[in-house]
Design a protein around this ligand. Sequence first.
Ligand code: HXC
Length: 259
Amino acid sequence: MAFEYILTDAQVAPYVALIRLNRPKELNALNLQLMGEIRDALKAFDEDPAVRAIVITGNERAFAAGADIKQMAGKSAIDMLQIDQFSTWDAIRKTRKPIIAAVSGFALGGGCELCMLCDMIVASETAQFGQPEINIGVMPGAGGTQRLTRAVGKALAMEMVLSGRFISAEEARAAGLINKVVPVELYLDEAVKLASRVAEKSPIAVQLAKESVLKAFDMPLQEALYFERKNFYMLFATEDQKEGMEAFIEKRKAEFKGR
Ligand code: HXC
């Protein structure tokens, strides 16, 4: 895969792939090409049986400082409609394998929204999360009013979206936005470690479990419970279920094959 604005590694650890946003001078501002490259890399990793979990990162100074303001500044509403950038975001959301964001520095606007599109977030102590679109006369457009509110609740989401205040990694952790805060030199290693733990499990069980958790956001409770139940039953059709349960009974480590 040849990309201009991202670097990829199909095996940063066994069964774990890495995508690194790579527009450092612009603090990884998310232009349309960069988002398209993330989508294409995720699709390729999603289809690769040698990948079971994916880590997305930026660099120490910035995960991403938002959508590319210079690219958006002169656009009309109809330009924005016709560009249809959110079909790219929708495609990213459809990734079946788990995605872990490894965040250091700025995760702002679209950068914060990209983190929230991931399944888990590991951050360095220096990370700052924010939805500062209000400072430039707009508002979040890629889930910032919805996923943030579901993650941290109305009071803090309103404050972040209406006042533009950034929150620290520790505040984000306490509010339930992210999983873990670690010293800056460890954030990527910790994210890869978490991805590796997930990658040891049955990939089919992981896929159906991820899909089921996400239904908590999309469906009323009773329907989502039925959905969960069907996925639970379906896993009894896998060899991995037999292996997992036999290994437990035989007091040995399970060898999952993704079948
Ligand atoms: C384009 C950006 C950018 C962005 C930073 N840069 N953020 N370019 N779009 N979102 C560029 C700067 O113009 C500058 O380029 C270089 O990166 C370094 O940034 P500085 O501002 O010099 O760095 P610093 O003083 O450390 O300030 C860091 C910062 C600030 C606080 C993160 O850059 C900032 O406020 N950025 C914008 C954050 C923001 O408003 N994000 C939301 C965007 S709207 P030059 O060429 O001058 O060196 C959005 C909507 C999403 O995300 C909708 C869905 C897709």
